[in-house]
Write a protein that binds this ligand. Sequence first.
Ligand code: ZN
Length: 281
Amino acid sequence: MAALAELGGRAVAVIGEGVVDVGRASDGRLSADPMEVLAGWDGFVDWASGLGAGDADAPLDPGALGPPVPRPRKVFGVGLNYRDHAEEAGLEVPKEPLIFTKFPSCLAGPRAEIPLTSDRVDWEVELVVAVGRGGRAIPERDALGHVAGYCVGQDVSDRRAQFAGRPPQFSMGKSADGFGPLGPALVSADVIGDPGDLRLTCDVSGEHMQDGTTRDLIFAVPELVSWLSRHLTLEPGDLVFTGTPAGVGAVREPRRYLRDGDVVESAIDGLGVLRNRCTGP
Ligand code: ZN
């Protein structure tokens, strides 16, 4: 049972309302680099499970945190992975996962600002999976054993860039600076147990926009991990944004996009809340 966050470029373990520096508190046995911690995930979980409230060396300040997985080699996005979202978009339920990439440079902290790139930037709350033990051709029945943990993600999407041409392209519209708020911490998989029964919500400036459950995923977490690993080798820290439920702005009546000053609150049961203020364009 553990939660990893990133503070000032260093790995910290979250203990209740406090944090402790992983490298210092473990006397260098564990790395100060969150990506190295992910590569030795089981050791981190064992060590963090033994911590108590008195071990914290600073209060938890979400505004100071970076993304808990700051430099993954791959960040996958999954398009149309909730039935209700495929329906609201008027598109067929896919027969194979629809994968795009969010370039890792878009990742941002749980309270980071979202710099808007046009007047059609949209929200998508998503369950994000972080790979722990990598692998290739991972059978579905073993897939959850390769997951380090879970966190909340926002797949911020510029619909103008996404749908500017034909066919539409996803990666560029979803990878602008700050378009991947993540966190607040990476919660170890044993805490969550079944990732297929989590409620996820998104509120924009107090208006309740999305309210879904991962029970409605078309391709559930084990299937996604297994499917991806049939195409390439998964590595520690690789992230999967698993898709968003209904309620995005582009298909609302009337349409609603993010504006300067809007605050996007994205929450998932047991994983916490992201709170990101929009600026510009
Ligand atoms: Zn998405």
